[in-house]
Design a protein around this ligand. Structure first.
Ligand code: SAJ
Length: 408
């Protein structure tokens, strides 16, 4: 594979393009967002992640290019978003379809199209193959199709890109092996080659497994809260059993993966995906559960003014700058739907104003509130717990051990 065009330079496409380039592969990264491409061409990364700047510099030294135009290359990697339709719960494959269609306008016969974006099982048959065929190409002869879903976790992306095992689904084993060699240029993990449908399903199942397990922890938190039991201590002790490994409850599930992908199975198999459907509902109920805890604490402490309550953290989890589907945003939306507002908000990772009453200084935020709700356990708050000594604290992440702290 002499030249690769990576389509979509977001949280997955950018590190993948940089990793390939820094390992000596000729790469052009393409994104339709002009500002994003201009930022990269000006020598800056577009989000924060350990090791990303170093990787960027190495890729630039190896000659990576960024463009808004699709390129003529022998391989394409598609890593564009795949949201879900909130009503039908089905995958919205429109970005993937548009990207593959644009590739078809420039590519030559023999090109390999690798879809990295997470898709519902069957999406490639239903939506991607027709686009290629409508453009006059014969799949397997003119164009080769591969699905290689990513597995990297925000917060540890660069390390996981290098070390995680990977799955490659291909129609043609020989093409699968060729794509495996491409990923093996940097990936130290095992790379399994299978068919496309299996690769689609494994990716969605992996994220669904985690969503269901987080839902179990969240349900336990509700049960324990109801009868004043310590869910964290109970989980800690249960996890000492050799075959039990319960995850942690939290204020909800965010991000663009765990809170999205399981819905694809609910959307496509509504009468079969019962545990999954219920799990997603439990996870989605957690921001309201936190709101209710805030109300209970305000009652108990005799605090009537909601503007005396501050939410610490806007991102979907600790030490990332990604707010997509974040529990804090879900909570604020729910509050607004009840025609209420006034909660104060602060997150050290979010420099722009994205919600009302948002602070950009930790001390100023603390000064104006009596109740701190820890929605995200960023390192900043963990290393500054002494600043919370005089506050009433609701800790939804079990990061604070100060006396009197309230939990889920
Ligand atoms: N969360 C909990 N309790 C837990 C673990 C997580 O409430 O015990 C919450 C987090 O706070 C967050 C959400 O779940 O709001 C999701 O975070 P996460 O760290 O579990 O996962 P993501 O969405 O950042 O990344 C996942 C990973 N998938 C799995 O671990 C199976 C990652 O490997 C995938 O590459 C990624 O989805 C993706 O792109 O699909």
């Amino acid at each position: 594979m002499s030249k690769i065009n990576v389509i979509g330079l977001g949280y997955i496409g950018l590190p993948t393009a940089l990793m390939l380039a820094s390992h000596g592969v000729e790469v052009v990264g393409t994104d339709y967002n002009k500002d994003l491409v201009a930022t990269l061409n000006a020598g800056h990364t577009t989000f924060k992640e350990d090791g990303l700047d170093e990787l960027f510099n190495a890729a630039v030294e190896h000659g990576i290019e960024f463009s808004t135009e699709y390129q003529v290359t022998d391989t394409y990697i598609v890593s564009v978003p795949t949201p879900y339709d909130k009503f039908s719960k089905k995958v919205d494959a429109s970005y993937v379809i548009a990207a593959v269609n644009s590739i078809m306008q420039v590519c030559e016969k023999g090109a390999v199209v690798v879809v990295e974006s997470t898709v519902a099982p069957g999406t490639i048959d239903k939506f991607v193959r027709p686009v290629i065929e409508e453009n006059g190409f014969v799949i397997g002869e003119d164009i080769h199709l591969v699905h290689a879903p990513e597995r990297i976790i925000p917060g540890n992306m660069v390390y996981e890109l290098l070390h995680n095992n990977r799955t490659i689904g291909a129609d043609d084993r020989k093409i699968g092996e060729k794509v495996k060699d491409m990923y093996a240029s940097f990936c130290k993990g095992d790379i399994v080659v299978t068919d496309i449908r299996t690769a689609e399903m494994t990716k969605v199942v992996e994220n669904t497994f985690r969503a269901v397990n987080i839902a179990f922890a969240n349900e336990l938190a509700k049960i324990c809260s109801h009868d004043n039991m310590d869910v964290y201590e109970i989980i800690r002790i249960c996890n000492m059993h050799p075959r039990v490994n319960i995850l942690q409850p939290g204020p909800g599930v965010g991000g663009h993966c765990i809170s999205v992908d399981p819905w694809f199975l609910v959307g496509d198999y509504p009468s079969l995906a019962n545990v999954i459907n219920e799990s997603m509902r439990i996870n989605d109920s957690m921001p309201d559960f936190v709101l209710n805890r805030i109300y209970e604490i305000m009652q108990e402490k005799g605090i009537k003014d909601i503007s005396k309550v501050g939410l610490y953290g806007l991102t979907y989890k600790q030490n990332v700058d990604d707010c997509r589907e974040s529990p804090t945003l879900q909570l604020l939306e729910s509050q607004e739907r009840h025609l209420a507002s006034g909660l104060k908000v602060y997150d050290p990772f979010i420099e722009n104003d994205i919600v009302n009453n948002q602070y950009h200084d930790f001390d100023a935020f603390l000064k104006d509130i009596d109740i701190v709700v820890i929605m995200v356990g960023h390192d900043e708050i963990i290393s500054n717990m002494d600043k919370l000594k005089d506050k009433i604290i609701l800790d939804t992440r079990k990061v604070c051990d100060l006396p009197g702290v309230y939990r889920l």
